[in-house]
Design a protein around this ligand. Structure first.
Ligand code: ADP
Ligand code: MG
Length: 702
């Protein structure tokens, strides 16, 4: 346990971070590495050799015997293969070795990772390449080296490579624009991310008893508990002692790994919680989020919990997301999305704000796709999460600023408003200039945007790849319109161009309640896309517009886009396939066992009662038995249909067609089957069921 007084010392104690490098690397080597990290420049092999030697020494001192290249293939998870540092020498002894080559490059066999057709055209060999901008760390006795993963032909097979590419693209376009606007000292622009992570905790023994949770991460059957989240008593509620102990342990583990875990609280649904870190550079934030999810599960296991990261583990109550707080910051320390005191005179702010608005409107379907997964489909569009329609909330203050831009009038800001709480003893403070809007999928929150659509289980890399690239493109377009001007003319031209852009894209701005049916209608009138499922949205990924965007900025080649298209669709179909098989098995075996046992006891009871008591009708018991019998007859039909349709799905070959079939037919079959199972389950006493019910899982945490 970390003592509070030691926290600043212990933070990042398992990380080969800047402080360690400064202490241990020769000065010139440290400078070279620093330059690579700060400026994204290339690193020479002699530098890598030196870093490797020092890194190994440090790792061994801290208990590491192995090293691993750590990467993020298209499985959505992370991958690792461990090699020990040992190297045999004469006399049957070993020394510990680690070379620059081993640090810089790894050669995992790429053929067992999803490649979406890239494998057919290229060799099975793959490479991992050290990403010096994300620090190495020690976990479970191994030195972890964050790496990018690509095929023999250089095609990206992971999430880090395109993310790094997109950060560079955005930086390039933003720097050009800032130079035009007179900020000539800016050399680089960084995307920053803070991703709030939601999760559920349930008792580990319960988890182990449910095949659906074990195999698919979500419950496929289960009648609702008599209490849900309607009392609104969990959000920000008192954290229970055992859960608090878990959260404390989790913070410590994360801090040791240099992950700046900051905020923790109970979320809306029972047993649901959230952890938010302090924001970091996009690339590191994405790595840290992957690690956070892993550590959450590991620490949960120690505390006899299972940590559920699925987007919709329980039907009928809130699912989990991962709010992606995103901003752009220069190397000179300027947050480009900070409106400052006078937003209407803040030209860089207005230009970057407009670029984000245009990007989100222009590329809404691709942004929607960046968060699409079988799991997240259950969440988006439900009456509790951001709808599948993408709109932007800017708040009253900015709406006023934008109106001023559009109408060419000066904006009289509301200034700082004093908060009046009606009791003198309470402190006096000024209000924020935007209220919150929890129903907007893309909300401006003071000096950053919060993209609320990403799901809790998947990497936020995709969302940021798309966001960075789309914004880079819009900045490039603005630059083209402005680059011929300077001085006062430039200022005038900027206002004119912003006005034009705004009139074109203001349809995406919406400050109202995004969860209402009126908004769905209104959005349709405005022509905003409402892509409810992954298969609906997927064709946009390989559309001409998408190919133009990503190839122009060097983020994805056409082949890489196609490969991702295949992988996403395949993953989607496979996930639902596994769900279907798991559900069938659970209903056939686990549920039926309980159903039959209860029916048997009921029948016995009815017969006994009637034989013992003259004139007894056993009406209550008979009623239950009848309802169960009826539900089980329907259930049996629904089960047969699901089984049959799943066989049909297995015979399909075209990826989009298959995914659509899973979405339209199999998910509907599963819903139908669930309806009867849940109806029956609600009547069966807990002790007859071999698995825990919703009530037990959600309300038993101490
Ligand atoms: P809110 O309560 O409005 O969601 P918080 O201050 O709690 O805002 O921040 C939420 C998340 O946003 C945190 O992870 C925080 O570190 C992150 N964040 C704050 N500023 C930025 C920024 N400039 N860029 C990216 N993320 C940021
Ligand atoms: Mg937030």
């Amino acid at each position: 346990m970390i003592e509070a007084s030691k926290l600043t010392e212990e933070f990042g104690c398992l990380v080969f971070n800047d402080k360690v490098m400064k202490q241990r690397l020769p000065k010139d080597i440290y400078k070279a590495v620093h330059k690579t990290i700060e400026m994204g420049t290339h690193l020479e092999l002699d530098v890598a050799n030196c870093v490797a030697a020092v890194m190994k020494e440090w790792a061994v001192e801290n208990g590491a015997t192995h090293f691993t290249h750590w990467f993020q293939p298209m499985t959505g998870l992370t991958a690792e293969k461990h090699d020990s540092f040992i190297s045999p020498v004469d006399g049957g002894t070993v020394i510990m070795e680690f070379s620059g080559k081993e640090l810089v490059k790894g050669e995992p066999d790429a053929s067992s990772f999803p490649s979406g057709g890239l494998r057919a055209t290229f060799e099975a060999r793959g490479y991992t390449a050290w990403d010096p901008s994300s620090p190495a760390f020690i976990k479970d006795g191994s030195l972890y080296i964050p790496t990018a993963f690509c095929s023999y032909g250089g095609e990206a097979l992971d999430k880090k490579t395109p993310l790094l590419r997109s950060m560079e693209a955005l930086s390039k376009e933003a720097v050009k624009m800032l130079h035009l606007l007179g900020y000539s000292d800016v050399k680089r622009v960084n995307t920053t991310i803070g991703s709030e992570q939601e999760y559920f905790l349930i008792d580990k023994d319960f988890y182990k008893k449910r095949k659906d949770l074990l195999f698919t991460g979500r419950t496929l059957i289960g009648a609702p508990a008599t209490k849900g989240q309607e009392m609104e008593d969990h959000y920000f509620g008192v954290i229970k002692p055992k859960v608090s102990a878990y959260m404390h342990d989790l913070d410590e583990e994360l801090w040791k790994l240099g992950i700046p875990a900051k905020t923790k609280h109970n979320e809306v649904a029972p047993s649901q919680h959230e952890l938010a870190p302090v924001f970091e550079t996009a690339n590191i934030a994405v790595d840290h989020n992957q690690l956070t999810m892993e550590v959450m599960k590991k620490v949960a296991d120690k505390h006899n919990y299972a940590c559920l990261l699925h987007e919709k583990p329980f039907e009928g109550i809130n699912g989990s997301g991962k709010h992606n707080n995103w901003s752009v910051c220069t190397d000179t320390g300027m947050n480009l999305l900070d409106p400052g005191k006078h937003p209407s005179d803040n030209i860089p702010f207005l230009v970057f704000l407009m670029a984000v608005i245009s990007a989100v409107d222009e590329y809404a379907p691709i942004l929607r796709l960046s968060v699409a997964s079988a799991g997240n489909d259950h969440r988006l569009g439900g009456n509790e999460a951001p709808p599948a329609i993408i709109s932007i909330f800017v708040g009253d203050e900015l709406a006023g600023v934008l109106k001023g831009v559009e109408e060419g009038t000066a904006y009289e800001g509301q200034g700082k408003v004093q908060m009046a709480m009606g009791a003198n003893v309470l402190p006096h403070f000024t209000k924020d200039n935007t209220d919150r809007n929890r129903t907007s999928p893309f909300a401006f929150t003071g000096n950053k945007f919060e993209f609320r659509m990403p799901g809790s289980a998947v990497s936020v890399a995709n969302a940021n790849i798309v966001l960075n690239t789309a914004v880079a493109e819009e900045i490039a377009k603005l630059y083209e319109k402005l680059s011929a001007y300077s001085g006062d003319e430039l200022k005038e031209k900027i206002l004119e161009v912003l006005k034009e852009e705004l009139s074109q894209h203001k349809r995406v701005l919406f400050n109202g309640n995004g969860y209402t049916d009126e908004w769905v209608e209104e959005a349709a009138k405005r022509g905003l896309p409402n892509l409810k499922s992954l298969p609906d949205a997927m064709p946009y990924w390989i559309s001409d517009e998408s190919i133009d965007l990503f190839t122009k900025h060097g983020i994805f080649t056409k082949e890489e886009l196609h490969s991702r298209y295949e992988i996403l669709l395949e993953n989607y179909s496979k996930s639902i396939h596994i769900e279907s098989l798991t559900m069938q098995e659970m209903v056939r075996k686990d549920f039926t066992e309980g159903l039959v046992a209860y029916q048997k006891d009921l029948t016995k009871e009815i017969i006994q009662k009637k034989s013992l008591i003259d004139g007894a009708c056993a009406e209550h018991e008979t009623g239950i038995l009848k309802t169960l019998d009826k539900a089980s007859a329907e259930m049996s039909k629904a089960l047969d249909k699901l089984a049959e349709d799943t066989k049909t799905a297995e015979g399909k070959t075209e990826v989009l067609d298959t995914a659509s079939y899973y979405q339209e037919t199999i998910l509907a079959d599963m819903d139908e089957l669930r309806k009867y199972v849940d109806e029956a389950e609600a009547l069966i006493p807990d002790k007859y069921l071999s698995y825990p019910t919703y009530g037990q899982m959600l309300f038993s945490l101490r």
